[in-house]
Design a protein around this ligand. Structure first.
Ligand code: NAD
Length: 262
């Protein structure tokens, strides 16, 4: 069992989907948590309080907008001020938009690059000094099968996710002698609001029904014909936080039902 007692994990985009599962999994292992993300304040407070009561740890909420560098720095500072350190950073916040390149809205490109890529740069930049001082750290980003392969109509997302894999390798080399590892995890399709919301856009872009999108586009990519679960992604990230994983760094770990084996 991985024991994270005395450690703090800050997880971006953890009010929903995969991020919430990561936050709860790290809390179950004993870490104090900083959650972050958008949504209904009442629902977010329920999730925050639930993490404390379910797992007996402390949990703070940061409303930092991942498009704003100063707020991202405040997100890391909140964890350091409240709990004394941020030992584990998970760059997970992400959005998606599906459209042909010639119709792709410029503001959607800018938002996806900001949230899915630049936010990780800003958070890593802010968290590394403390990790170096303490000589321990785990930096993990939620990349995607789309960090390794492309799909049509996802130009911004695929570009951002490929770049996350490059950022991961670079940072891993820079912090290698400070007992800090930096990795990314690349899920295939996980049934979360992010996937649910892209179905209408994909129906439009490909002229398909909802069932066709699920079976012929989403699950078609995955040889197992099953969605990955948020809990499976979180369990892999928890392993990366263990001492057994101390020599795993600079990698891009697939958890995609065989998608990228094809
Ligand atoms: P989700 O929509 O359920 O969660 C996204 C989270 O990011 C939410 O908490 C949301 O509030 C937060 N967020 C969005 N914009 C933000 C902003 N400007 N500032 C702060 N937080 C913001 O989606 P998910 O499927 O859980 O996705 C999480 C990560 O997993 C993303 O990086 C996504 O690209 C990646 N991913 C998802 C899948 C999948 O199939 N669902 C597959 C591979 C990778």
């Amino acid at each position: 069992m991985v024991d994270l007692k005395g450690k703090t994990a800050a997880v971006t985009g953890s009010t929903s989907g995969i991020g919430l599962a990561i936050a709860r999994t790290m809390a179950k292992a004993g870490a104090n948590i900083v959650i972050n993300g958008m949504g209904d304040p009442v629902a977010i407070e329920k999730e925050r309080a639930g993490i404390e009561t379910d797992f007996g740890v402390k949990c703070a909420y940061s409303p930092a907008d991942m498009t704003k560098p100063a707020e991202i720095a405040e997100f890391i500072a909140l964890g350091e001020k409240t709990f004394g350190s941020v030992d584990i950073l998970v760059n997970n916040a992400g959005i998606q938009f599906v459209a042909p390149i010639e119709e792709f809205p410029i503001e959607k490109w800018d938002a996806i690059i900001a949230i899915n890529l630049s936010a990780a740069f800003h958070a890593i930049r802010a968290v590394v000094p403390g990790m170096k001082k303490r000589q321990w750290g785990r930096i993990i980003s939620t990349a995607s099968a789309h960090s390794l392969v492309a799909s049509p109509f996802k130009s911004a997302y695929v570009s951002a996710k490929h770049a996350i894999a490059g950022l991961t390798k670079t940072v891993a080399l820079e912090v290698a002698t400070s007992k800090i590892t930096c990795n990314c995890v690349s899920p295939g399709y996980v049934w979360t609001p992010l996937v649910e919301h892209q179905i209408p856009e994909t129906m439009k872009a490909r002229n398909m029904t909802k069932e066709q999108v699920i079976n012929d586009v989403l699950l078609d990519a995955q040889p197992t014909k099953e969605f990955v679960t948020s809990e499976q992604v979180a369990a892999l990230m928890l392993y990366l936080c263990s001492d057994d994983a101390a020599q795993i760094t600079g990698t891009n770990l697939s958890i995609d039902g065989g998608w990228t084996a094809e």
